[in-house]
Write a protein that binds this ligand. Structure first.
Ligand SMILES: C[S@@+](CC[C@H](N)C(=O)[O-])C[C@H]1O[C@@H](n2cnc3c(N)ncnc32)[C@H](O)[C@@H]1O
Length: 269
């Protein structure tokens, strides 16, 4: 059942942005890259701090890129990221994926990465993305699938982390196991030409384990996720501390391995 007012579970604490800032078009939008060419116009919906957006802009230059996010704070960071990258043409605007403020048929490519899982009505968002994409263009989305995440060694603390993440996300109106649902959501939104694929991030070497475990240990107790988990009655502060400790223990394991699988769709309009 769609929820009109989903809450963005993760918020924009430094520990959350640290995870988003590392993303590139190569590691997060590879399914879209063959459809890009210089001169195409792109809309990036839910752009966050904008590192993927900036990569997309470089790939379609001199094509124009527009990026939308619901948060003005994160848009300020995205503008700064774009400015650091040099002369790339990106217009950043505050907006809602469920009511995009653009005329029909405005863009050649409409993209969203890790957005649909957070929305109360992802099918309505995909309908909006289709509306603003011109006939013959493409709509692309990629989302993680929490239930399919896998790691070694398995510990009770990380099992509890996953269980809590999925409960909090659902209570906030989102769908944490979005990856497997993207194709069905696209069909429900009216797309008939949908290419579905999957790809994964993997964190295993010392630097990646330190980065991944450190940011999850911190965001579990310090990001807006913590009060949502506690005030929603899903966990006590001491449960969050235990989960954060489990992340640090996993990060210290030299044999540690973690996979984040994603579903992807490329829909021809
Ligand atoms: C997980 S982040 C992904 C950011 C970026 N696409 C990336 O992968 O690095 C999701 C972003 O979607 C934004 N967002 C959440 N709900 C939104 C909505 N209804 N409309 C537009 N943006 C939204 C959040 O503010 C957040 O910056």
């Amino acid at each position: 059942m769609p929820k009109a007012n989903a809450v963005y579970t993760h918020g924009h604490h430094e520990s959350v942005l640290r995870s988003h800032r590392r993303r590139t078009a190569a590691d997060s939008a590879a399914h879209l890259l063959p459809a890009l060419a210089p001169g195409l116009s792109v809309l990036d919906v839910g752009c966050g701090p904008g590192t993927i957006t900036a990569d997309l802009a470089a790939l379609v230059a001199p094509g124009k890129v527009t990026a939308v996010d619901a948060s003005e704070d994160v848009l300020a960071e995205a503008r700064a990221t774009a400015a650091e990258r040099g002369p790339i043409d990106i217009r950043f605007v505050r907006g809602d994926a469920l009511a995009l403020d653009f005329p029909d048929d405005s863009f050649d490519v409409v993209h969203a990465h890790q957005l649909l899982q957070h929305l109360g009505d992802p099918v309505a968002a995909l309908r909006e993305m289709r509306r603003v994409c011109r006939p013959g263009g493409v709509v692309a989305a990629r989302d993680a699938d929490y239930a399919a995440m896998a790691w070694y060694p398995r510990t009770a603390g990380l099992d509890d982390w996953l269980d809590l993440c999925r409960r909090v996300a659902r209570a906030n109106g989102g769908e944490p196991d979005a990856g497997r649902r993207l194709r069905s959501w696209a069909r429900a939104a009216g797309f008939t030409d949908v290419t579905a694929s999957a790809s994964a991030w993997c964190f295993a070497d010392d630097a990646d384990r330190a980065w991944w475990s450190g940011l999850w240990a911190e965001r579990t107790v310090a990001s807006s996720y913590a009060p949502l988990a506690v005030d929603g009655g899903h966990a006590r502060p001491k449960d969050l501390e235990r989960i954060a400790a489990a992340w640090r223990e996993w990060g210290a394991r030299e044999d540690g391995w973690f996979m984040v699988p994603h579903g992807e769709i490329l829909c021809r309009v």
